[in-house]
Design a binder for this molecule. Structure first.
Ligand SMILES: Cc1cc2nc3c(=O)[nH]c(=O)nc-3n(C[C@H](O)[C@H](O)[C@H](O)COP(=O)(O)O)c2cc1C
Length: 431
């Protein structure tokens, strides 16, 4: 029977915009002990994976604890030592890296963790470029063309050695079988990489590929390569349309749609009663700092609203000129429901645009089940509103409810991320 996949989207403090100010939240985003604790709880809940996002800039105006971040691969190497089953997924950008470095890091993590690594491919944004000597980041389509070639090179490097290439026979002195090595010799528009990688093929063959772009180019990159697709979906109808669109594109690239798992983000606020859940939500809302709200709204809209009057409606905008599809939906909903600027950020961006579920374990399981059984999702990227409390609430109360309904595993059957996700181990690609 098909079962849902669950990921933990790691965020120090939590995913609600003001989570770190919650009295029970661990606000220290750079303490490894904090992350060890979260990983342990998620593994107790049999989660498929945990995910560490990454960006390469810091805004001096930031009012969120997750503005500070540990380098993800370094962090995941530490978590690999204290966990044994859960998948370990991190973001690495194709805009400010070389494929050789990325291939090597994720192959190393796959070896270190015994086959639990996953790479979230992103193309990054302009405000990160000045940290890499780049005055102007190339335009969107160009970034995705580079990302496509980058991904091919990374996979090529992972496949240089066949699975049975390594011999290491002390007696005969045979180290590896040369006929099982294919030097890459890649020469493309963006990269010239000889290879091979200085590592044998990793336990999963290839670490799992993850993608989260929602533009046309983003969806095409996801459909061509990704085995897990993260996305922001707020209602079932849009989630179904998105999932259908992705699966059709996956098929058009000659891939199996069951091997491209769509996992929208969900911010669950769990209470023993609906009233308790609502109280938890309102407590979190009370911590929102006006400046932080305006900053998050500006980020989500791609428009500078930091000077806006919070008690007035959003200024009128030309929707044709809004930068992202997400900006249009926030703008339209805010206008339709006559919201003030404050109401807009309080209602629409506190969870970075992701769906919020507020209710009892049964309510939350009902909603996840509805999406899962109606082609809206293959699983969910769980975004605890504050941590660790919001995570333990989910693991101790919602996970058992999903297990009772046979919608989620009660124990791990395999030990690699590909086993949990039901993904095949790719054979090394020849030439
Ligand atoms: C759950 C989720 C996680 C993401 N994580 C990152 C990240 O760690 N770093 C990053 O630069 N972008 C991240 N993104 C942004 C996307 O990868 C992508 O850049 C963004 O959606 C814009 O892509 P588009 O231009 O194709 O729509 C994430 C998006 C989602 C939905």
């Amino acid at each position: 029977m098909r079962q849902m996949k669950l990921g933990l989207f790691l965020a120090p403090g939590g995913h609600h915009m003001a989570a770190w100010r919650h009295p029970e939240a661990y606000p220290d985003g750079v303490s490894v002990k904090t992350y060890l604790r979260f990983a342990e709880i998620a593994e107790r809940g049999c989660f498929d994976l945990l995910f560490v996002a990454d960006v390469f800039s810091f805004s001096p105006r930031a009012k969120r604890v997750d503005a500070f971040r540990l380098e993800p691969l370094t962090l995941l190497s530490a978590l690999a030592m204290t966990t044994s089953k859960i998948g370990l997924v991190a973001t690495a950008t194709t805009s400010f890296n070389e494929p050789y470095n990325v291939a090597r890091k994720f192959a190393s993590l796959d070896h270190i963790s015994g086959g639990r690594a996953g790479w979230n491919i992103v193309t990054s944004s302009a405000n990160e470029a000045p940290n890499f000597g780049i005055d102007e980041l190339s335009e969107h389509a160009e970034r995705y063309r580079r990302a496509d070639e980058f991904t091919q090179v990374v996979r090529g490097l992972w496949d240089c050695f066949e699975d049975d290439a390594v011999i290491i026979d002390k007696k005969s002195g045979a180290f590896f079988e040369p006929s099982r090595l294919r030097v890459l010799n890649h020469e493309g528009k963006y990269f010239k990489v000889r290879g091979p990688l200085s590592l044998p093929r990793s336990p999963q063959g290839n670490p799992v590929l993850v993608q989260a772009g929602s533009s046309e180019d983003g969806k095409n990159l996801a459909s061509k390569y990704a085995e897990v697709i993260f996305t922001i979906q707020r209602d079932l109808e849009s989630a179904r349309a998105f999932t259908r669109d992705i699966k059709e594109r996956v098929i058009s690239f000659g891939r199996n749609p069951a091997h491209a798992l769509v996992m929208p983000g969900v911010l669950p606020i769990v209470g023993r009663t609906r009233q308790e859940a609502q109280d938890k939500y309102e407590l979190l809302q009370s911590f929102i700092h006006t400046e932080a709200g305006l900053l998050q709204l500006s980020r989500s809209m791609g428009v500078d609203l930091t000077g806006a009057d919070v008690d007035k409606p959003l200024p009128d905008m030309d929707i044709a000129k809004l930068p992202q599809s997400r900006s249009v939906s926030i703008y339209q909903q805010s206008k339709r429901e006559n919201m003030t600027v404050r109401e807009t950020y309080e209602k629409l961006v506190v969870s970075k645009g992701h769906r919020q579920l507020i209710g009892t374990p049964g309510d939350i399981a009902d909603s996840l089940q509805e999406w899962f059984e109606n082609d809206g999702a293959d699983g969910f990227n769980i975004m605890p509103p504050f941590t660790p409390g919001g995570l333990t609430d989910f693991v101790d109360h919602v996970v058992p409810e999903l297990q009772r309904r046979k919608l989620f595993r009660t124990h791990y059957e395999g030990s690699m991320l590909r086993d949990h996700l039901g993904l095949p181990r790719p054979a090394a690609r020849a030439g």
